[in-house]
Write a protein that binds this ligand. Structure first.
Ligand code: PLP
Length: 376
């Protein structure tokens, strides 16, 4: 049976051209960018080129890009950096990734007032709900561009306008959006924007943070002063160059590839909804990532579907997890108020560059067989 990988929102493979770009930087061009000799200069050149390529993909200037170790680090840098005195007000959406929600909880425990902007049943964080929670004393608003589970694309530009009117900074976790849909920091009104390398065919262990020119942010890591002093530590040259190459690849065809994947995704959704089970498409009607479908099947448990998927060589994600006899549903589905019947049987399918229509149809067939077996 050929493996069907439908979990690109968890991580993507490293693209061959990304690997090819990185390889010499591990071997011959291994220098420290801080060194004043040819090896150092080669490494610095690679980092500078990558910075320009990341910036170009999101409409930023190269000096506004800071390389980090991962999206989690980018998010933590922005949130903790805004509240050095652990006071003031932060507004975050209820459907943020744990790398935003956990720092928000830690800040709240330390004295920061935190407001959570709710999500509607379709997963959208509405500007009117945001308006109620953005206050004159708000220092930072953090709302993701695309949700990792539902794929719902949030009305970030409208929320950023509210944040700016209140004098607050706007942080956008775009980890799931960059490389999947066109992203432009000015159109979004983002002051800070998070990028995750391994969600767009670069390796794990590298991320980036866009920091709008003129915005102040203290560093999370102190040391040798690399990355304009915001992120000390010798640059991870090869992985940074890999991220640059991945961004260049996305810049070439992001809209075309999005349209291609959306067609296959829609066919998969239609196929699965047509199997005749009582199913719910989370985020239906909302603007969504073209590669993501998050589907709840009433009367099933995601854990059972996933364990059958392992046998059938399918890689996908779940919207609920089992802890002994208990099932916990994902915080995102809980925030959307999804009925437990559907939440417990929710699986996430996320497509990628290598996914073909044939893969999509084969997936529908195999999942159909799994659901038939489980419902007996
Ligand atoms: N933000 C979002 C929306 C994500 O989906 C993820 C990863 O799933 C992250 C942040 C964190 O990425 P990383 O684990 O690479 O730091």
């Amino acid at each position: 049976m050929r493996p069907l990988y439908f979990d690109h929102n968890a991580t993507t493979p490293v693209a061959p051209r990304v690997f090819a770009t990185m390889r010499p930087l591990f071997e011959s061009h291994f220098g420290n960018p801080g060194s004043a000799h040819i090896w150092g200069l080669q490494a610095k050149k690679a980092v500078d080129a990558a910075r320009a390529r990341v910036a170009a993909l999101i409409g930023a200037a190269p000096e506004e890009i800071v390389f980090t170790g991962c999206a989690t680090e980018s998010n933590n840098t922005v949130l903790f950096g805004h509240f050095p005195d652990r006071s003031g007000h932060l507004a975050v959406s209820a459907v943020e990734h744990p790398s935003v929600l956990a720092p928000a909880r830690a800040l709240s425990a330390a004295g920061v007032t935190v407001s959570v902007i709710p999500a509607r049943p379709d997963g959208v964080v509405s500007p009117s709900d945001a308006a109620d929670r953005i206050l004159p004393q708000t220092r930072l608003v953090s709302v993701m561009l695309a949700n990792n589970e539902t794929g719902v694309i949030q009305p970030v530009a409208d929320i950023a306008a509210l944040a700016h009117a209140a004098g607050a900074g706007m942080h956008v976790d775009a980890s799931q959006a960059v490389g999947k849909i066109p992203v432009n920091v000015d159109a979004l009104g983002a002051d800070f924007l998070t990028i995750a390398g391994h969600k767009l065919y670069a390796p794990k262990g590298v991320g980036a943070l866009y920091v709008r020119k003129g915005m102040e942010l203290p560093p999370l890591l102190l040391g040798g002063g690399q990355e304009g002093g915001l992120r000390s530590g010798t640059e991870n040259v090869a992985l940074i160059a890999g991220l640059g190459e991945a961004c260049a690849m996305a810049a070439e065809d992001v809209a075309r590839e999005a349209a291609r994947q959306e067609q296959i995704r829609d066919a998969v959704e239609a196929g699965l909804l047509g199997l005749g089970y009582d199913a719910m498409l989370h985020g239906e009607g909302a603007s969504r990532l073209p590669n993501t479908t998050f589907l709840g099947f009433a009367g099933f448990r995601a854990v059972d579907i996933l364990s059958e998927c392992v046998t059938e060589d399918i890689g996908c994600g779940a919207g609920a997890a089992c802890h002994g006899a208990d099932t916990s549903i994902s915080p995102v589905l809980a925030a959307m108020g999804v009925d437990r019947t559907f939440a417990e049987g929710t699986i996430r399918l996320s497509l990628g560059r290598s996914t073909t229509l044939g893969d999509g149809m084969e997936l529908v067939e195999r999942l159909g067989g799994i659901l038939r077996r489980l419902s007996r």
